[in-house]
Design a protein around this ligand. Structure first.
Ligand code: URA
Length: 186
């Protein structure tokens, strides 16, 4: 349901809907422009994000900032959020019951913002939003249509920190996003 982001955040409240509640410090709702044409969706908060209550503020986040700036946008112009709003202990993978509890809020955020393009960061976001198990290396770089939005996946910035040779492919995906945004505006 479309409403305001503040109302969605208020509905989340001091969330106790899944087993991540007791170990989190802060809920990481999302940040950026509520009218963004481009939204990024990651996996889940890490320790820096959990402490600050903001998405992508650690080392992977700094790289994401550079990736956003590589197509002449800023973090303030886009919207950034995650599939899960609470940190899994030790950054373990999200579990199905946690995803099920959190997914309605992401869906409502996207239904409210209505970005033209959603960029999934990494396997986890891509598989969840696109409802597929196709490997990220095959999914990335192509647009899919979902609820009137164009959805594209690319490698997660944390993966790029470990495999810098994949940066070229992310750069190509970002150029596609830039071109699709221009196309949709013309
Ligand atoms: N990794 C993610 O997937 N999300 C964050 O917010 C930070 C790191």
């Amino acid at each position: 349901t479309a409403m305001t982001l503040d109302a969605i955040r208020a509905d989340i409240g001091d969330c106790q809907r899944c087993k991540l509640a007791p170990t989190r410090t802060n809920i990481v709702f999302g940040s950026g422009n509520p009218a963004a044409e481009l939204a990024f969706v990651g996996e889940a908060p890490g320790s820096d994000e959990d402490l600050q209550g903001l998405p992508f503020v650690g080392r992977a986040g700094q790289l994401l900032t550079k990736i956003i700036e590589s197509i002449n946008l800023t973090r303030e112009e886009v919207y950034i959020c995650n599939i899960l709003k609470c940190r899994p202990p030790g950054n373990r993978n999200p579990e199905p019951d946690e995803v099920a509890a959190c997914n309605p809020f992401l869906r409502r955020q996207l239904a409210t913002i209505r970005p033209k393009i959603v960029c999934c960061l990494g396997t986890f976001a891509a598989h969840n939003l696109l409802q597929t198990t196709v490997p990220i290396s095959l999914l990335r770089g192509k647009f899919f249509d979902l609820d009137g939005m164009r959805v594209i996946a690319t490698f997660h910035p944390a993966y790029l920190l470990r495999s810098p040779d994949k940066k070229r492919e992310v750069w190509e995906d970002m150029k596609q996003i830039r071109a699709e945004l221009s196309r949709l505006q013309s």
